[in-house]
Design a protein around this ligand. Structure first.
Ligand code: NAP
Length: 249
């Protein structure tokens, strides 16, 4: 069965590992191309946008796709809306791997805001030392609050030039452990962290470290993300695919 996995996440990579070599499935992983050198994958991979809903419809048709797994990032809402629309139109079954949100615990000092712009505003007027744990597409938004000293950790350098004036980049790829996150926050004398509510374990250590230091976190709420049949882990997605795939192949 021809399967399209919309990826770019830890879950998509884990699903690719699990279905690689499965005789009942012929999977293809699609990446947005946000990372110039993504991790190697054990299944066929394509990179770059499809060209909106029409482009995705064409791809589903040309590649004779029989099932789609949307394993995109919780903040990638556009590709998910396209997947829902294209699968509805073609009748191709769609499941969405949805990572559970982090929930605040005792000791957390979160200020939940609805958008990246609101996060920049929430930092306030007096200059602060801010740890930006965001993607490179979002850093320029903080140029609206240029009085702060920013430290941003990214996998790759941002391409845009309209970045906040006082910004230092740390290039690193997770996962990071709690001790390393504590060290970073203390050594850089961070006053406040800005984070997305990514969910999952891979990037949670910074949240635990902020709690240990009683550090405030400006938490950007998730966007509304359209979804197909919702599943919460990779094993269930494999079982879902096996339920659809013809037997005895
Ligand atoms: P998006 O706003 O949902 O998608 C924008 C466009 O990128 C889509 O319309 C589509 O282009 C293309 N696209 C996205 N994912 C794709 C995939 N898996 N395969 C092929 N094309 C894909 O998502 P985004 O711009 O990538 O990111 C939005 C937020 O998600 C940001 O906060 C970002 O930091 C976060 N995020 C994204 C990824 C990722 O891998 N995309 C990973 C980690 C975090 P067409 O309309 O041309 O098809």
């Amino acid at each position: 069965m021809r399967v399209l996995i919309l990826g770019g996440t830890t879950e998509a990579s884990a699903l690719a590992q699990q279905v690689a070599g499965d005789p009942r499935l012929a999977p293809i992983l699609s990446l947005a191309g946000r990372t110039v050198s993504p991790r190697a994958q054990p299944i066929a991979t394509r990179t770059g946008g499809f060209g909106g809903i029409d482009g995705l419809l064409r791809f589903l048709h040309d590649e004779a796709i029989e099932a789609v797994v949307d394993a995109t990032h919780p903040y990638a809402d556009q590709i998910s809306a396209h997947a829902v629309a294209a699968c509805r139109e073609t009748g191709v079954p769609l499941t969405s791997l949805v990572r559970l949100e982090w929930q605040p615990e005792a000791g957390d000092r979160w200020q939940v805001v609805p958008s990246f712009d609101a996060a920049a505003h929430a930092l306030g007027t007096p200059p602060r030392r801010v740890f930006l744990s965001l993607g490179r597409q979002e850093l320029h938004i903080f140029a609206a609050a240029p009085q702060h000293h920013y430290i941003a950790r990214l996998i790759e350098r941002p391409e845009r030039e309209d970045l906040p004036p006082d910004l230092r980049l740390i290039q690193a790829r997770g996962p990071f452990d709690r001790e390393a996150e504590l060290r970073l926050l203390i050594e850089e004398r961070i006053d406040v962290m800005v984070s997305k509510n990514a969910g999952g374990n891979a990037t949670y250590a910074k949240i635990a470290a902020a709690r240990a230091l009683a550090l405030p976190v400006v938490m950007i709420a998730r966007p509304h993300k359209p979804a197909g049949h919702i599943l919460t882990n990779v094993e269930k997605a494999v079982a879902w695919l096996h339920g659809l795939a013809p037997r005895g192949v």
